[in-house]
Design a protein around this ligand. Structure first.
Ligand code: MRU
Length: 318
């Protein structure tokens, strides 16, 4: 595999510091659950499935060091509020602990199952695409955001490996630039043709007939099929609908929250306004102005053509 976001080495966890990409590839060595929690909070590692896998390893580190498991669970849980895979993975680890299972084996299974789910979604999703396709994607949903391969980017990768002629429009994804920094970096490593666009370019490209479909990932999916994903996803879904362009969401079943019926119930992370008011350490707004920084938005099921999971394709009722 060309890209990995994290690597478990038995008693420690290595994380590729995604804050420093694409300039430098630096691996951090973590030995405590508190370091893991900080790394998730500070976005050393990000992307819903990757957050879930890494939190599971954090749980192993915490419990093995003799810490109270409830404290470890709560600390890891209170890092990022929207990505459901985090809660799903931690609940699975807690259940494993209560059932006396081997925790390390459970965390490794979570990682392996995520990789398998990605490969399967890649296959299922790629088969839906035409042989020549111009795809618009948002944020980073690749190997960096998962246990490997990727969700939306996994479908793109699989289509490319199947020999389809794939071209990708990469939304830069303000303000954290997961698109231009991370997705473009992954696409370049795979030699997949792509161009980075500013987020506000998407509508004009659709109007010009240059986008065949939109493919994105998900941080949490409700029972009725509403999807929380990176801020800007909702706007893309509206644009796609207006222009009659298919809008696909790709996510493993571990992203589905069985406790939430509708999109408005999803907790949406608000991040620091400094992330909006500066870019690459450079101030880009007056210090005196305030900014609002929602990290995610919600796309209603009505705007989604299909949700691709490892178990099959879900379509809204007609
Ligand atoms: O804030 P981030 O970078 O963690 O947000 C990531 C996304 O929004 C992804 O689209 C989502 O987690 C799916 S990743 C396979």
């Amino acid at each position: 595999m060309k890209v990995k976001a994290f690597e478990w080495k038995g008693d420690r966890l290595f994380l590729l510091d995604q804050r420093r990409l694409p300039q430098e590839e630096v691996w951090l060595e973590l030995t405590t659950y508190k370091q893991v929690a900080e790394a998730i909070k500070n976005m050393v590692v990000r992307g819903a499935p990757a957050i879930g896998c890494v939190a599971a390893y954090g749980f192993v580190l915490g419990v093995k060091s003799g810490e109270d498991h409830t404290v470890v669970y709560e600390t890891l849980k209170n890092t990022r509020p929207t990505a459901y895979n985090l809660f799903w993975a931690l609940d699975r680890m807690l259940k494993a602990l209560k059932e006396g299972k081997d925790l390390e084996k459970e965390a490794i299974s979570i990682e392996e199952e995520d990789l398998q789910a990605n490969m399967r979604m890649g296959q299922i999703g790629a088969e839906l695409l035409p042989d020549r396709v111009r795809i618009l994607t948002h944020c980073n949903t690749g190997a960096l955001a998962t246990a490997g391969w990727g969700t939306a980017l996994g479908v793109i990768r699989s289509a490319h490996y199947m020999g389809k002629e794939v071209f990708v429009w990469v939304d830069e994804t303000r303000p954290y630039l997961q698109g231009s920094r991370l997705t473009a970096w992954e696409l370049l490593k795979e030699d997949i043709p792509h161009k980075i666009i500013t987020d506000s370019t998407a509508g004009f490209l659709m109007a010009k007939g240059l986008v065949d479909c939109v493919i994105v990932g998900a941080d949490r999916i409700t029972k009725r099929g509403d999807v929380a994903n990176k801020i800007g996803t909702y706007s893309l879904s509206v644009l796609a609908k207006v222009h009659g362009i298919p809008f696909y969401v790709v996510a493993p079943t571990s992203t589905f929250d069985p406790n939430i019926a509708e999109g408005w119930q999803i907790p949406i992370e608000e991040r620091s306004e400094d992330e909006v008011k500066s870019c690459g350490g450079c101030q880009i707004a007056p210090k005196g102005s305030q900014a609002l920084h929602y990290a995610f938005d919600v796309t209603p099921a009505e705007n989604i053509t299909a949700i691709i999971t490892e178990k099959g394709v879900l379509k809204p009722p007609l």
